[in-house]
Design a protein around this ligand. Structure first.
Ligand code: MG
Length: 256
């Protein structure tokens, strides 16, 4: 891939719109299925069937050996949770669902965090602030700004609300590869970061914790959890940079 940020042609952008709409529609469908008693394996099956029926292929399945189509991460799990018949959603959980597809040679990628039934107010605030932080970042994502303008906006919103930013995992460019340059951290850096140009497609994805920003990887080699086991939330959109406001490619139909 090299280090340069690809600019997409009009035809490529149209395919990426379609790829990401499949992702957004899948997440909308899965969001409505979330309720106590459902296993994360069942969510994974529904997502794969739905997205394949739309002509796409799940992007995460087999990626570096990942076994599922969805990453499903509950409560203290940050990202990369493995769908399982043994993991049953229960009232009060929050579940982060990350999904990607490949469609006509291009990728779509997005994530939402969904409450299972009634959740406590602290978790409710976490989910709300994480979603808001994503949109603060998207607001800065326009031609002429720099990557760091996105990063800073996300960080400020999260930290002023008393939560912490995961630093070990970051957003990314997306296109003919699932992960393309540039990296998009959710915290500000002192170094000079790339300038945004119309035609770039970026996946912005804040991961936000109630407690420490430190994370660990479980023995399954995938599941990332908070070091102090407090809850974590994750939202992600793939967006197109334009001269004006970014176009969100992975829109969902629910408030997520
Ligand atoms: Mg991503």
């Amino acid at each position: 891939m090299g280090n340069s940020i690809t600019l997409k042609s009009a035809a490529e952008i149209e395919i990426m719109r379609q790829a990401n709409q499949i992702v957004g529609d899948t997440l909308s469908m899965i969001g409505k299925k979330v309720r106590p008693g459902v296993t994360t394996w069942q969510l994974d099956r529904w997502a794969e069937e739905f997205s394949r029926a739309r002509g796409s292929v799940p992007a995460f399945k087999g990626y570096r050996g990942f076994p599922g189509s969805l990453c499903v991460s509950l409560n203290e799990q940050v990202v990369h949770g493995i769908p399982s018949k043994k993991v049953v959603l229960k009232e009060g959980d929050i579940v982060s669902i990350d999904f990607g597809v490949k469609y006509k040679g291009f990728f779509g990628d997005a994530a939402v965090t969904v409450p299972v039934g009634e959740i406590n107010s602290r978790k409710g605030d976490l989910v709300k602030v994480t979603r808001e932080a994503l949109y603060k970042g998207i607001k800065q994502a326009k031609a002429g700004n720099r990557i760091n303008d996105i990063s800073r906006a996300v960080q400020i919103h999260v930290e002023k609300n008393g939560f912490s930013i995961v630093r070990d995992y970051v957003g990314h460019g997306i296109g003919a590869a699932l992960h393309e340059p540039p990296e998009i951290p959710n915290y500000s850096r002192k170094k000079r970061t790339p300038r945004l140009l119309a035609g770039m497609v970026l996946a912005i994805e804040p991961m936000v914790n109630i407690g420490t920003s430190d994370v660990r990887v479980l023995k399954d080699k995938w599941t990332v959890v908070t070091a102090d086991r407090t809850a974590s939330a994750h939202f992600e959109h793939s967006i197109l940079i334009t001269e004006g406001e970014a176009e969100i490619l992975s829109r969902t139909s629910n408030p997520n």
